[in-house]
Design a protein around this ligand. Structure first.
Ligand SMILES: Cc1cc2nc3c(=O)[nH]c(=O)nc-3n(C[C@H](O)[C@H](O)[C@H](O)COP(=O)(O)OP(=O)(O)OC[C@H]3O[C@@H](n4cnc5c(N)ncnc54)[C@H](O)[C@@H]3O)c2cc1C
Ligand code: SF4
Length: 570
């Protein structure tokens, strides 16, 4: 049975014909009239052939249900590349499923996922699914589960358990990644020898902080050959979601299981050796440097975390690089997901103040594009520092005059991706120094990145990038002036500002410390910077506050900042 419900009057049939034909053709290889004994709902982010109940059952008895929901795609102004990536992978996965002999039902609708599944269950009976990684989907499907229409079983893609997290970090925040990572290494035996870490240390973090001068050469970006299925998805996204940010270029991304594997092998061969030393480097001449560029594949389960860890461990790359990579995948990735679950998506954070009102959920995109903002509002988020500035248009591509920010944003608008240090030390750092509302910044990341889902983007922005969740998962705010960006990257050479001379970031840094001095006073890791602040000349502190006010005024207006603005405005 291939049940393709793409031809209902309200369904986007114009952009599903090639796909429907491909499904029917693939089905021709298998016997018709098969009725499965169990139906699984496969969400858009569980596209795995490695670890799921249906991969262990006889395909003919195990039916798979997929949903394409226009409501879900419209819920936020998601980057066009992200929509295309998810839709193309889901369609390709459905085709792979039919090739393997699974009966499938592929449902496309304007309605929310839960409504589509409810209608299906009413006609065909109950479904089973692996627990959704996204809280938002868990909440949406909760009523179906409570009514017995949906049986939820454990998600098999995670590497660590809630028990391990609690044993390592305790039941209550603050939680620290280092403790979690050590316990995860001990429990898994990864990079362990007779109970001790290989190389004598759990982390080689301190040794991996080099700027990149162009040597060794950075790998070329991988391009993929696609077919009509992808062309149809590209056309669909342009026609129906062309008013979303970004652009579509599916050749840049894998859509099949084979291409996902090729992407990993490319990373293993070309990137891993130099991953450690250049993990923090930034460059105008290479967007990805030696980063693996696989988070989007891991987060929809096209690649499994087990598979890439095995690959990294067998790669023969130097230990600091392998350990650095293991720390990201076994450490940070698992840690943030536990923090998200523990805090109910940062709703349960005792002692951390929250924003006083709900915020727009589109981070300002619809009003900037001249459309009424019909997106529902986001719930108030934690706001440990009380930051409440609306996200400036610069994050949507309006030139700010700050070369580092403008280059990184331009890349994100093209690819829906940039690497970790640019996210942390450019985008989140500058937003935090300005006091941008953390919910809006989070929603921007959620919309703009091909790898963003609530369980990973919220901890990284609310918990790490902005300090909105206080000391919950980091010891101190990740902030810096121009010195760090100048040392680790090459943007300053092209900027109208000069680092250490008239670049406003350093004064924004001091102004930030002054505004939040009281809140940060009890934090041991902030003692040194606050002592330096106390020694800062009062006239300089007044100038810091003035610069902050000018930068905020210019950027919120959507204008481009110039050295003249800082010199002349009073
Ligand atoms: C402000 C901010 C927002 C972020 N938003 C996201 C997001 O929406 N989705 C996302 O997957 N990652 C997010 N990250 C984490 C990290 O930046 C990306 O996972 C990484 O840049 C993806 O590129 P890559 O695959 O080349 O990763 P690499 O640098 O090659 O690292 C390898 C893998 O480790 C994992 N990893 C590394 N750091 C983290 C982390 N902090 N949290 C979770 N996984 C991690 C990823 O799966 C990644 O693919 C964010 C980080 C910051 C500072
Ligand atoms: S001078 Fe300042 S604003 Fe310009 S690129 Fe360097 S750090 Fe960024």
């Amino acid at each position: 049975m291939v049940y393709v419900d793409l031809v209902r009057p309200d369904a986007p049939q114009a952009h599903a014909r090639v796909f429907a034909q491909a499904l029917t053709k693939a089905r021709g290889k298998h016997e018709a009239g098969v009725e499965p004994t169990i139906w699984h709902y496969v969400p858009y982010d569980q596209l795995t052939w490695d670890h799921a109940p249906w991969t262990r059952l006889a395909p003919r008895s195990s039916g798979l249900v997929f949903v394409e929901s226009a409501e879900k795609a419209r819920r936020r102004p998601y980057h066009q590349q992200k929509l295309a990536f998810v839709l193309a992978n889901q369609r390709r996965y459905a085709l792979e499923a039919v090739e393997r002999g699974h009966p499938i039902a592929y449902l496309a609708s304007e309605a929310p996922v839960a409504d589509v599944l409810r209608t299906w269950c009413t006609r065909h009976g109950a479904l089973t699914m692996m627990q959704a990684a996204e809280r938002e989907l868990r909440v949406e499907l909760g009523p179906l589960a409570r009514e017995g229409l949906l049986t939820v079983v454990a998600h098999e893609g995670w590497l660590t358990t809630a028990d391990l997290f609690e044993r390592a970090c305790g039941a209550q925040s603050p939680w620290r990644m280092d403790a979690f990572y050590r316990e995860a290494r001990r429990k898994s035996g990864i990079l362990m020898e007779r109970g001790k870490p290989v190389g004598g240390r759990f982390s080689f973090d301190g040794e991996t902080r080099e700027a990149w001068s162009g040597d060794p050469p950075a790998p070329k970006d991988l391009r993929h050959e696609h077919g009509e299925v992808e062309e149809e998805v590209e056309a669909l996204v342009r026609a129906r979601f062309g008013d979303h940010p970004g652009r579509v270029d599916l050749a840049a991304l894998p859509t099949t299981a084979r291409q996902a594997e090729e992407a990993w092998l490319h990373a293993e061969r070309e990137c891993l050796e130099h991953f450690g030393p250049y993990e923090d480097a930034m460059s105008r001449s290479s967007r990805g440097l030696f980063h693996a560029r696989i988070a989007h594949l891991l987060n929809i389960q096209r690649l499994s975390a087990r598979r890439v860890l095995r690959g990294a461990l067998d790669s023969g790359a130097p230990l600091p690089s392998v350990e650095g990579f293991v720390r990201q995948v076994l450490g940070w990735r698992e840690f943030v997901r536990h923090v998200h679950e523990r805090t109910d998506g940062f709703r349960d954070l005792p002692g951390v103040p929250r924003a006083d009102a709900p915020r727009r959920r589109d981070a300002g995109w619809w009003s900037l594009s001249g459309k009424p903002d019909s997106a529902p509002h986001a719930e108030p988020a934690p706001a440990a520092l009380g930051a409440a500035l609306p996200l400036p248009p610069a994050w949507w591509g309006r030139p700010s005059g700050l070369a580092c920010l403008d280059r990184v944003v331009a890349g994100v608008m093209e690819d829906g991706w940039c690497h970790h240090i640019e996210r942390l030390m450019v985008l989140a750092n500058i937003g935090t120094l300005l006091d941008v509302d953390a919910r809006e910044l989070t929603d921007w990341f959620w919309c703009a990145y091909i790898d963003a889902y609530d369980w990973v983007v919220e901890p990284n922005v609310l918990g790490m990038g902005t300090f909105a969740a206080g000391e919950c998962m980091t010891t101190k705010p990740y902030i810096s002036g121009s010195a760090y960006i100048d040392k680790m990257g090459d943007d300053c050479a092209t900027c109208a500002f000069k680092p250490g001379v008239d670049c406003p970031l350093t004064q924004l840094y001091w102004a930030f410390l002054a505004r939040h001095e009281q809140r940060l006073a009890g934090n041991q890791r902030m003692l040194m910077p606050l002592r330096s602040l106390a020694r800062r000349d009062p006239a300089k502190r007044r100038e810091d506050a003035r610069i902050h006010a000018v930068v905020v005024e210019v950027l919120v207006r959507g204008a481009r900042l110039s050295p003249r603005d800082l010199a002349t405005r009073q």
